[in-house]
Each structure stands twice: as C-alpha cells, then as structure tokens.
Design a protein around this ligand. Sequence first.
Ligand SMILES: [Zn+2]
Ligand SMILES: [Zn+2]
Length: 312
Amino acid sequence: MKKKDKKNKKHQNNKQSYPNFMKMIEERNFDDFISSFRDFHPTNVCQCAFIYTYKPQEKLSIDEDAVFVYDNKIWFVRVEEIIKIVINGEEAGFIKGRIYLQKQDVLQLHEKIQECTDDDLFLTEQTKWFFSRELKQKILVYNLNDIIYNNVDSKPGSYYTRSEFNTESQMFLTPIEEWATECVCKKLFDNSLGYLQCDRCERWIHNDCSGLSQEVLENMGDLNFNCSICVGEMKIEKIKQKQVDDKKQKTGVSTNNDKENKENQIVEENLQIQKQDRKPLLTKKLLDQNPYRKQILNLMNFKKPTQKMKSK
Ligand SMILES: [Zn+2]
Ligand SMILES: [Zn+2]
C-alpha cells in the first residue's frame, strides 16, 4: 500500500515538472508543444482566424490555401488552424494545414494522371504544422468543375483541383473516370490550353481538336461553331427526317381504306398545320429568292452568340 502511494506521488511530480518546450519545438512536435504550453501559459496562446502574409495588408485565413517551404521542399496546404504564442516576450506563429499532393505524388496510380498539369492539387486528410516564417505565399485553388460548368473566372497563377485524395486508402474521392474531359479527344480538361465552346452542346473543344485552322480560330468572332459530335448527330437527324418525309409522301399517295389509319392521318395533318402556324413568315428559301434579302436579314432579330473563346 505504502509502495503504491509512493509510486503515484512520483508520477504526479513528473507530470507537474516544467516541460522542455525548446526540445519539442526543435523536434517539430508542435501538437504536444502547443497543448502543454497552453496548460502552463493559457494567456500566451491565441487561436487566430487569420495571419498577415509578407504582402502588405494580405491576410491568410482558415480554409484558404498557401505554399510553405520547409526541409528544402515545397508544401501546398489548406489552412486549418492558426496559433500565435508569446514565448519569452516574443511572438511566434504556427500554422496547421491539410496537405495537398501534386501530380508526381500520384502519377503511379493511374495512367490518366499523366494528363494532369503541374497546377493540379489533390487535398489529402493528412495534416502538418509549419512555422509562420515558413509561409511563402498565399495561393488560390479552384475546383475545375466551377471553371468549366459555372463560368468561374480563374486568376493567372492559380491552382486547380479535380478531386480529394485519401492517402490511407490510396483512393481519389471523385473517381478518375468522373474527371471532366469535355473535348472529343477525351483528354482531361487542361485550363492552360485554348478551348472553343460548341454552340449546340456547350462542350469545350480544344482549339487543336476543332478542325479549324489557326487563321479561322483567330478570326472566329461571333461565328457559329459545332463540335464533331454535334455535326455527326445533326447529319443523322437530317437523314431520319428525310426518311420520315419520304414515308409521309408514300402514304399520302396510296389509297387508305383502314378507318384508324385515316384518323391518324387527320391528327397528323392537324399537327402539321399547327407546326406551320408557328413557322416564321419568311423561310430560308423565300429569303434566298427575295431581292431585298440583305435588308430583311438586317431587320430580323438574330440571337447574338456569347463569348466562345476560353483561354488562360
Ligand atoms: Zn481535344
Ligand atoms: Zn457539340
């Protein structure tokens, strides 16, 4: 009994002894350092919402992204925690963040990753502490889908993300098969390349895959552009329409004794009339024959196509 008490007392003494904070910092054991320093000097530890970067008036806040340099390596980080500590009268800043991986870190996992750019970042679940002095610069990381589908304009020098990555399971949270490709060539979307938007399906097509010469591309202006998929689809639609038209002509000539078919024909004729009613007064054929074609064309209200070029 006595022995046990003595042991407990010794343990308590150890717990109360002043920790070697400098050793903890040297070993970059920041989690232990911050929690034990807070126990001894609670008023010297400040949890912050932001920290000033080296640029004048620029703040780096929680959930923003930054580049750190430590151990001769560049670290891309999503800021999770900012702590300021006053040690021996001097202020020191500590920043904890979730680590982003780059293309070369995951290159071995899938052949498709070769199509990623050097601006691609993959946020992981792993965290790391840095000294605020290791902060190099604040960066912007955009979700690539926002740029493609929500017309978010990215600033030059920004980074992109297609998916988060779990280092434990070695899995992308968005499977590679679901990463945006857009162009007919099925290569991963690359925001650094020039793209042209199809007016029909709104797909972004590489300038190089558009089949248009450099001269045409430079002088596109408001010209209509359709991708090869849409051109193919429109051809098929045209053939189908022709088949329907031919069939109609045939059934119109042949005598029809069946009552049901006659009724169908009447319904079809009614639909045809309704459709004709909706047609514009001047069809293309009439316009071509009209000597005042140019004037009429100018008077007609043409839809102005939207900006089509997308480039960095
Ligand atoms: Zn392409
Ligand atoms: Zn298209």
